[in-house]
Design a binder for this molecule. Sequence first.
Ligand SMILES: [Zn+2]
Length: 250
Amino acid sequence: MSTTFITRQPLAANLTADEVQQLIAFNLLAGATRCWREGSELVSEWPVVGSQTRAAAAEPPPVVAPLRTGPPTDAALLLPDRDLALLHPRLRGPVVQLLQTLNAAELPFQVFEGYRTPERQRMLYAKGRTAAGAKVTNAEPWESLHQYGVAVDLVLRDGMQWSWNAKGGARAQWDRMRTEAGQLGLHVLEWELPHVELPLALEACSDGSLLRDGDESWFAAQQMGAQRWAAAGGDGAPRYALADRPAMVA
Ligand SMILES: [Zn+2]
């Protein structure tokens, strides 16, 4: 009886060599004895464990979630962006006010990340799925409010270091930040302490209604992200950012 079996997984057409390597590493971590690319497929060889028959072992191995396709990743696009100009003005004002209030109260919060490129979102989504590490998000590209410039992550800045510590006395600082954000009409998430966003559903971000009171610096980031993504054949970019900007509605 064979002591191994083979699976074949289709690969998305425009995965980069690095992404294919990530998938191979993932399957090896998941227990494959060998894994390689054959044309448009990823071939893995899996051991039949213990007294399992081949049929029983052919229970599908962990299926690698296909990555949403898009342009190859440029390293700079993967870094957290802290430029407040890329936020939607409806969020930018309250965030500045929030930081002033907190800093006046000697709570050293700063923006760790604001606008987030779809490429960075894809990289974060891969963590704990097709890349090493624990899962950090359930949102794929264009499913996070960060892509629309309407979410920020505020983190404690301790000298030159960022601190996510929320244990002991530090917890009160995070609670205060979240309370102050709520008083400014912003929304916080139960499961993600640093995250502050406009109280908007995803559809209300992608349907173009943000254009009404958006400004040039916000829109430039929207347009660059969406057009770069779509030009590489990626799906999901919001239509409003794919066209040239319509006239501003007064
Ligand atoms: Zn966030």
